[in-house]
Design a protein around this ligand. Structure first.
Ligand SMILES: [Zn+2]
Length: 341
């Protein structure tokens, strides 16, 4: 048993020199002194089997070995502890990269802020919507050809209500118009900014994009209010020297309907190489169609209103002057691209 004890001590001396981490040190302690199967502990259990006159001297030796191991472990632990906290405080720190909001989040905040100043309240409605709110109530009955322009995503579930029809992913923010009217609180001044979904993808289209939709309904609202509101937005968002013009157009849910153009930021409307004619197209607008007011439960002989709905991506990129030749880059989560802004 004496020789076994000596062998254990020799083993330990060899092993302790190899230890480089506190984790390994803990493991070594368990291996030698562990209460359950530590090699020293196991050997001590056999003390009782020795002849009586041997127990004393062997026990003393065993304790010596045990103390030697415990001291060795403690010394090694001090060295390793010191190494692990020996940090050179004079080294320059590692700066963590600072992120920023995504371009479109910034755009949405700026747009909401401008409209908030003239009393337009930001609203939110479901992105999985009934056909009724997305089309039917907006003066686009089933089978109407105007629906084809929207490249709609349909949800693969049977309709549960004849009037509401199928479920769709909101193809435009206009679906919020009827929901707002149905709340029955007039006048209405809302700005609905939301994701829209269409089955389209190419350099200038993504299947998920954003629109902002303004709706104002009150007694005596006319086209000059529409023009004034849009000019206010344009001058606050793009700059005081910018102005707009209305160009007649057709939409099912407005009458009359317009496309809104903004004067070119470079030539201010005179015409230059960038814009050719001096004007750039922003998006659609118009006076709310009486059928739409009716669908929203509003008396069209008393109330009138205007609405406009534009793409956030397109509007923001026009402001920033950033020329992105592929709109899909906005949503690729490529930091190399996003960090440029
Ligand atoms: Zn120009």
């Amino acid at each position: 048993m004496r020789s076994e004890l000596q062998a254990i001590q020799a083993d330990f001396d060899q092993a302790i020199d190899q230890i480089q981490t506190l984790v390994d040190l803990d493991a070594l302690e368990v291996r030698f002194l562990g209460r359950k199967q530590g090699v020293v502990t196991e050997l001590l259990k056999q003390l009782k089997t020795l002849p009586k006159d041997e127990v004393g001297p062997v026990g003393a030796l065993a304790n010596e070995v045990k103390t030697h191991i415990a001291d060795g472990l403690a010394a090694r632990r001090r060295t390793l502890d010191n190494n692990e906290i020996a940090i050179d405080v004079t080294l320059p720190g590692l700066a963590r990269p600072v992120g920023h909001l995504h371009l479109m989040t910034t755009a949405i905040r700026q747009i909401s802020d401008v409209f908030a100043r003239i009393g337009f309240e930001r609203v939110r409605y479901p992105e999985v919507e009934w056909d009724y709110y997305a089309f039917e109530a907006l003066n686009m009955p089933a089978d109407h050809v105007a629906r084809d322009e929207w490249e709609t995503f349909f949800i693969d579930r049977q309709p549960i209500d004849k009037k509401l029809g199928q479920r769709v992913l909101t193809p435009h923010t206009s679906s919020g118009q009827i929901r707002k009217m149905e709340e029955g609180i007039l006048p209405i001044k809302m700005i609905n900014i939301s994701k829209c979904y269409r089955r389209q993808i190419d350099v200038s289209h993504v299947p998920m994009f954003h629109q902002f939709e303004g709706l104002c309904i009150d007694r005596g609202v006319n086209i000059t209010h529409l023009k004034g509101t849009i000019d206010y937005f344009v001058q606050n968002f793009f700059g005081p020297e910018r102005t707009t013009r209305l160009r007649p157009y057709h939409f099912q849910f407005t009458e009359p309907s317009f496309e809104i153009d903004i004067n070119c930021g470079i030539c201010l409307g005179k015409g230059c190489r960038m814009c050719k004619e001096g004007w750039l197209e922003l998006g659609g607008a118009g006076m709310v169609h009486p059928n739409v007011l009716k669908a929203g439960g509003i008396d069209a002989s008393v109330y009138s209103g205007f609405a406009f709905g534009w793409g956030v991506e397109r509007t923001y990129l026009m402001k920033s002057g950033v020329n992105i030749d592929d709109l899909r880059a906005l949503y690729k989560n490529d930091l190399g691209f996003l960090q440029q802004f």
